[in-house]
Write a protein that binds this ligand. Structure first.
Ligand code: BG6
Length: 490
């Protein structure tokens, strides 16, 4: 595994800790080597020492000296400038030596932990020195991370440039939401149980809410965020991944092609918003200064480093989407995400239709919470079902109760970075949890009409929500106008 950008944050925070956990689980073969590449001059020993500190910091109490010693002797480093051709010749030589020393047999996984603007150059250089050419015995794969372009056109251009050197099945596009156990479990929950699917459709479901709420601000990423905003940063990728898994038809198998086809069908069925609909079905917001629930007073987005003091960039986005297919016709999917909200959590709410008639006296159907299934993606991972039950006593009264499954109760709190499954799958050539070029392009198509309208009509009311609140009032109206409410966590 060759990591470009081995000195960067991603390598320290996620990649090496993930390899540590894989090693701990006995999932790394002996004939395996990691070659880190970056600008800094250092030898293998210095690289190993730096990574030991990073792993200790990020795996916390899961640190284990014996596992580290096992992993550490697989780690190597070379200095190089990724913009220079000579670097790639040197990589070739170093890899031939590692092949011989470690018996790695010429299978290479390139992890591009670098800004996306460098992806085309790196892959072109790798191609030029023959490092992307596969043979019957050797595979060559490349992992890249979002953002994959910033609209349909740039995503197509990026895919086109990658395809100059790589076949589509050599490209592994990571969306780290697909590495989350609870996201993968959406498919298991739906398709490994017989009792869910019969009720998973427009006959029984009133609407679906997908919330990715963050209490953090833009932190040190002001410059990136000024370009991206909440819509681009989260919706075409993470939120649509959740929506895809929720809405897809059962695939014929859990194989990459079969799953991808079903997800693409969902994306194709999403009704693109017309410019008029954007005005009523999409809401944007930007946080001003405010007080977080912890009592901390935090500055406005416009006061963040790298952000314009008059910025019109949204830090909150909510959409109402509908689908043109038999399963979901008429069922709205409400999506929302934002920074500096009152809580940090990701959850999916499936709200079922009310019973057609309540025959129990003393029970006001309007007072009852509708039956609801909540998939808690993070934190406090689990699944909750809310339904009506008789309140004990001589009078017949109905109240809402919860049935709750918590991952931690059943499976403990296995530490993980979320990258283990993805790296492991890539090593095994399983692309099921990675994004295909057309899935990425379809994601952009869905949000492009919103981006166009928002770009054409600057928001005059920004900032329109205070940090530490639930976002702009208009996001509440998006549901209220349909006679519904966002679920609030307590
Ligand atoms: C990233 C976004 O892709 O996902 C960030 O760029 C966001 O802005 C992050 O904070 C959220 O990921 P998670 O795993 O913390 O929900």
């Amino acid at each position: 595994m060759i990591i470009f950008g081995a000195g960067g944050d991603l390598t320290k925070r996620k990649l090496i800790p993930a390899l540590f956990y894989l090693c701990q689980g006995g999932l790394l073969p002996e004939t395996f080597a990691i070659l880190g590449l970056d600008r800094l001059e250092m030898d293998d020993e210095a690289f190993r020492d730096g990574m030991a500190d990073a792993v200790k910091e990020h795996v916390g109490s899961a640190w284990n000296e014996a596992t580290w010693r096992k992993l550490c002797h697989h780690l190597h480093y070379m200095q190089g400038n990724i913009k220079e051709e000579a670097t790639y010749m040197a990589v070739c030589e170093r890899l031939s030596r590692l092949d011989a020393e470690r018996g790695t047999e010429g299978n290479y996984l390139f992890y591009l932990a670098v800004p996306p603007s460098l992806f085309p150059d790196i892959t072109r250089h790798l191609g030029a020195v023959g490092l992307t050419a596969e043979s019957e015995d050797d595979w060559r794969r490349v992992i890249i991370e979002k953002p994959f372009g910033n609209d349909v056109e740039s995503a197509k251009a990026l895919n086109g440039m990658l395809h100059e050197t790589l076949d589509e099945d050599q490209i592994y596009r990571i969306d780290h939401y697909l590495g989350k156990e609870t996201v993968q479990n959406i498919m298991v929950f739906r398709f490994a149980n017989g009792f869910i699917e019969p009720f998973w459709n427009r006959q029984h479901i009133d609407h679906v809410q997908i919330t990715v709420a963050e209490s953090v601000g833009v932190e040190h990423r002001g410059e990136y965020y000024e370009q991206a905003g909440a819509l681009r940063d989260m919706i075409p990728n993470h939120l649509l991944v959740l929506l895809g898994f929720l809405a897809m038809e059962p695939p014929n198998s859990f194989e990459s092609g079969a799953v991808r086809d079903e997800i693409n069908k969902v994306l194709d069925a999403i009704h693109p918003l017309t410019p008029e609909q954007v005005l009523t079905h999409a809401v944007r917001g930007q946080y001003g200064e405010g007080v977080m629930p912890t009592g901390e007073r935090v500055p406005a987005y416009r006061s963040s480093p790298g952000v314009s003091p008059t910025s019109g960039r949204e830090t909150y986005a909510a959409l109402k989407l509908t689908m043109d297919n038999w399963r979901w016709a008429g069922v709205p999917f409400y999506l929302r995400t934002g920074k500096r909200l009152a809580a940090q959590y990701t959850e999916i709410v499936i709200q079922y239709k009310r019973a057609p008639k309540i025959m129990f006296k003393n029970t006001d159907i309007e007072q009852m919470t509708p039956d609801m299934l909540v998939l808690r993606i993070q934190p406090n991972e689990g699944i909750q079902m809310s339904f009506g039950a008789k309140i004990p006593g001589p009078r017949m009264r109905v109240g809402t109760v919860n049935m709750d499954f918590c991952y931690a109760d059943y499976f403990g709190n296995a530490p993980a970075t979320g990258y283990e499954t993805l790296i492991y799958d890539c090593m095994n050539g399983d692309a099921t949890l990675f994004k295909h070029a057309d899935t990425v392009e379809k994601g952009w198509e869905i949000v492009e009409s919103v981006m166009d309208v928002w770009n054409a009509l600057p928001a005059r009311d920004f900032p329109n929500y205070a940090a530490g609140t639930w976002g702009p009032a208009a996001a509440g109206d998006l549901l209220k106008n349909d006679g519904r409410l966002w679920r609030r966590i307590k």
